[in-house]
Design a protein around this ligand. Structure first.
Ligand code: GRE
Length: 345
């Protein structure tokens, strides 16, 4: 399929190469290649995109990024530096190939909202991507969740600007790391901890009433929903048949399936399974699924080779591959944005 849109695509600052190497050594079997790919913005990345039918990519700063910086001033400054850096690289790229999500320091809701607004107005960014909870406190052990009422002003800014927020994973730290993951370190990352973190945060937003107070808010999660779609029936059963009778109804008015239909999107990033996609089509529906890769943690070849070959009706393939994202981000023309599907997908 030509003209696909991909939106969980990471970059890193070249000046932080040592940090990128350290992170890559935990996850990659070819650290040099990974660091070269994550610091490149518009050479290798666009060659891969051309070869695999990706028309438009929305880039975001790699995990754990600014969410790992527990000094507030340092985090605020790094977020601004990253946003200025990627805005300049996107401007240099050929027209209609790259966009960006804002990187935000999430120490303070008003500061985060102001930086998002600045990035949308000054640079045309298409939303924000945040790496789960913000570390804070003197030793970085406090975790800021955005499902508290203090964050209502931030969420109001997202809906006023009509931009989505991508809730991306980061690694467990502090007491969470010590108590849960230290002795089970092979489960850190894609096998388990990433989905644990994001699903807790997302369902915290659902049950604490964030989507009731902000019914137009749009939140994206990757990896085909961070395990939540698989548990949809069970979550729904317990919310509707027990927890709402015990008090949950005060803060959570709709059903979990309604939030998925009205507020939540899932992407295919890093999860290239036809069985799982078919399950999500049945449980979540084609209108809320977006193609993505998770480059450079995953390859264009694996993601696009899989998606192009998935046996799917033309309508749903176009929705997931690009049409849903065009609407969500209100995109104009970009490379191959209207190229019809060929008989081979
Ligand atoms: C990511 O998307 O940020 C990521 C990592 C490490 C491993 C896999 C992965 O940071 O998708």
């Amino acid at each position: 399929m030509h003209g696909k849109i991909a939106l969980e695509e990471a970059f890193a600052l070249p000046r932080l190469d040592a940090q990128s190497r350290r992170w890559a050594s935990l996850f990659s079997t070819d650290v040099d290649k990974h660091v070269a790919e994550i610091t490149d913005i518009n050479a290798t990345r666009l060659r891969y995109a051309d070869a695999h039918g990706v028309g438009f990519q929305i880039l975001s700063y790699t995990a754990p990024g600014v969410q790992d910086i527990y000094d507030r001033e340092e985090a605020d400054a790094l977020a601004r530096e990253i946003n200025e850096y990627i805005a300049a690289r996107v401007r240099e790229a050929p027209e209609g190939r790259l966009g960006a999500f804002a990187t935000l320091s999430m120490h303070d809701p008003a500061t985060a909202a102001a930086e998002l607004r600045r990035c949308v107005f000054e640079h045309g960014f298409l939303g924000a991507l945040v790496n789960d909870t913000q570390r804070s406190g003197p030793a970085g052990d406090d975790l800021v969740f955005y499902d508290r009422p203090e964050w209502d002003g931030f969420w109001a800014t997202c809906t006023e600007l009509r931009v989505p927020l991508y809730l991306h994973p980061r690694n467990p730290t502090g007491v969470v790391f010590d108590k849960l993951w230290k002795d089970r370190s092979w489960l850190i990352g894609p096998p388990l901890s990433f989905a644990h973190g994001v699903s807790l945060h997302l369902l915290g937003m659902v049950t604490n009433g964030v989507f009731d107070r902000h019914p137009d808010l749009q939140v994206i999660v990757g990896h085909l929903g961070e395990h939540v779609p698989f548990d949809m029936w069970r979550i729904n059963h317990w919310f509707e048949d027990r927890k709402k009778l015990l008090g949950l109804a005060e803060t959570c008015k709709k059903t979990i399936r309604e939030y998925f239909a009205q507020n939540i999107w899932i992407t295919t990033s890093g999860h290239f399974s036809t069985t799982t996609l078919n399950f999500c089509l049945a449980e979540v529906g084609a209108d809320r699924i977006l193609f993505s890769i998770d480059y450079p943690f995953e390859s264009f070849e694996d993601a696009c080779g899989w998606f192009d070959g998935v046996p799917l009706n033309v309508t749903d393939k176009l929705k997931i591959g690009r049409e849903n994202a065009k609407k969500l981000f209100r995109l104009g023309e970009y490379k191959d944005s209207d190229t019809p599907l060929t008989k081979d997908g």
